[in-house]
Design a protein around this ligand. Structure first.
Ligand SMILES: Cc1cc2nc3c(=O)[nH]c(=O)nc-3n(C[C@H](O)[C@H](O)[C@H](O)COP(=O)(O)OP(=O)(O)OC[C@H]3O[C@@H](n4cnc5c(N)ncnc54)[C@H](O)[C@@H]3O)c2cc1C
Length: 225
């Protein structure tokens, strides 16, 4: 998997932290002057007025992730996507993601063989002049894909609440961790807000999941104390 931040919101003539844009936009609400510490933006975030975070966006180039991951990622409705097409691109010789569990169970060779068989089946359909859009029906969820994705900061934080949770599937969780680290150098504030939902307020963590990972107590356990 590779995750690269290729673009983010900037003010013309003032390159730097995109939070400056949030601060300027938020300041109009209170007839205030923007601060260099992003005080207004931080106060909005702390009090849940997160619409101001929609003024800044981040664009990622993501490759070598599975189509299984793609199916989960595209459930997030406030993101914009451009994805390698399996209609217009040939997937002959496709790369694939091998789950760690397959390796741990010593099934890697068998898994590789199955992928080769699928590749042969795909090639056979192409040789028979079945169009790519139909030949792709034999391709596996493990097949690698490549995409560009743009999310505003609010959507990034919202989706991270779910996908950085230990209940999220390992591949998409790893991708969100990589996105957070790609954002950190240019916008540490947003990177810090990309947290699992149990840590919405890091000083008062609790787990809302029915089957938690045990890292934080459930809300009823917090109240019992
Ligand atoms: C651990 C885990 C397991 C999952 N398992 C399954 C599964 O088994 N089956 C399955 O189908 N999906 C599953 N999902 C996907 C999940 O149900 C959501 O579709 C996905 O996480 C996107 O989140 P979202 O719907 O909150 O919102 P997003 O699309 O990311 O939108 C963000 C927020 O915007 C608001 N919003 C967006 N659209 C609307 C709307 N139309 N109306 C009102 N408010 C809206 C909501 O407040 C929403 O929370 C799973 C997700 C996770 C993290």
């Amino acid at each position: 998997m590779t995750v690269e931040l290729i673009a983010y919101t900037q003010m013309p003539g003032f390159p730097g932290n995109p939070m400056a844009v949030v601060e300027q936009a938020a300041s109009v609400c209170y007839d205030s002057r923007p601060t260099e510490t992003y005080r207004i933006a931080n106060t909005c975030k702390a009090s849940g007025h997160t619409s101001v975070l929609e003024h800044i966006s981040f664009t990622f180039h993501i490759s070598c992730v599975s189509r299984a991951l793609l199916a989960q990622l595209t459930r997030h409705r406030h993101a914009s996507f451009s994805v390698r097409s399996q209609r217009y691109c040939s997937e002959w010789g496709f790369k694939h993601v091998t789950p760690k569990s397959v390796k741990v169970m010593g099934m890697e060779d068998a898994f590789e063989n199955r992928m080769s068989e699928i590749n042969c089946a795909y090639r056979w359909l192409q040789d028979e002049e079945v169009p790519s859009e139909d030949a792709r029906y034999v391709l596996p969820n493990a097949c690698c894909t490549e995409l560009y994705m743009t999310m505003n900061a609010r959507a990034l934080i919202e989706s991270s609440r779910q996908r950085l949770c230990s209940r999220a599937q390992w591949e998409i969780r790893g991708m969100f961790e990589a996105m957070r680290e790609a954002v950190r150098p240019v916008c540490p504030e947003v990177a810090d807000w990309m947290r699992p939902k149990c840590e919405d307020d890091p000083k008062h963590p609790f787990c809302p999941e029915s089957k938690g990972c045990g890292r934080h107590p459930k809300l009823e356990e917090v109240y019992k104390k």
